[in-house]
Design a protein around this ligand. Structure first.
Ligand code: APR
Length: 241
């Protein structure tokens, strides 16, 4: 265990009231949700089509029935709970030390842990809407229904997530940039920093306390002021609040 790295992170956290967290699927693996690119991640699992193809706008339009088979089988994991990492972030916000969680995850676990300011760059499977008239729908119809859910207008109901080939919400992106640009400490956790434009956001950080807590190496390790290659739940459980 990287005791020295964790001690340094803890010292920085104790002395700050302006922390921003940027995270990915590795934050939720300790809740039982597989990430995408680890060896046992979603993108290495066998499916009829490559998962990254299924999670695209053109595939959803072409074969919504197959999309929904994948969605209900692989994206919806019932009974998952926030883990130590989610809870510690909510506690740090509660204590006025953390300003925002910026997440690429679509599982809603940060909010379930009590975090208030959560910027969901890729949306959430806990929200749905009609792709034709945009009428909002409960998540039940997409996550636990049968077949292709349809709106009363005839349109296909879809999850409120950003599929490949789709743009991110500009307002959310601009708010995320504001938080990162002004942060004293930017903690990045549980993300391979492979996917843009989300990964590009960290270039807006202007401080000298860029922390990377990730099991594997990322393209940004050399930019970080502190790198801890450990399980994020373990690391965060050692941060005092
Ligand atoms: N603690 C720390 N790091 C972890 C843990 C853990 N418990 N579990 C996994 N990791 C690390 C892995 O080593 C990996 O580098 O988390 C990272 C997860 O990376 P990805 O699987 O690529 O997930 P993510 O970075 O969130 O992917 C970004 O890609 O397909 C899109 O929209 C999808 O939001 C997703 C985006």
């Amino acid at each position: 265990m990287d005791i020295a790295g964790i001690r340094k992170l803890n010292d920085w956290v104790q002395a700050s009231d302006n922390i921003v967290f940027f995270g990915g699927a590795g934050v939720s693996t300790e809740s039982g949700i597989p990430d995408f690119r680890s060896v046992d991640g979603l993108y290495h699992q066998q499916w009829k089509y490559p998962p990254e193809e299924i999670l695209s706008h053109s595939f959803f339009e072409r074969d919504p029935a197959e999309y929904y088979r994948f969605h209900r089988e692989k994206l919806v994991i019932d009974g998952v709970e926030p883990n130590r990492a989610h809870r510690k972030l909510a506690e740090l916000e509660e204590k006025g030390k953390l300003r925002a969680v910026i997440t690429q995850n679509i599982d809603g676990l940060h909010q379930a842990a009590g975090s208030k300011k959560v910027l969901e760059l890729h949306g959430s499977i806990l929200r749905a809407y009609c792709s034709r008239c945009r009428r909002p729908y409960s998540q039940e119809v997409i996550n636990h229904g049968e077949g292709v859910p349809r709106c009363s207008c005839g349109g296909v109901i879809r999850p409120d997530i950003v599929l490949y080939e789709e743009p991110l919400d500009q307002d959310i992106m601009e708010e995320a940039v504001r938080y990162i640009r002004n942060a004293e400490i930017l903690i990045i956790g549980g993300t391979s920093l492979n996917v843009y434009p989300a990964a590009g956001l960290i270039r807006y950080y202007r401080g000298q306390k860029l922390v990377l807590v990730n099991l594997s190496e990322t393209p940004y390790d050399s930019y970080a002021d502190l790198v801890i290659h450990e399980k994020i739940g373990e690391v965060f459980s050692r941060i005092a609040v």
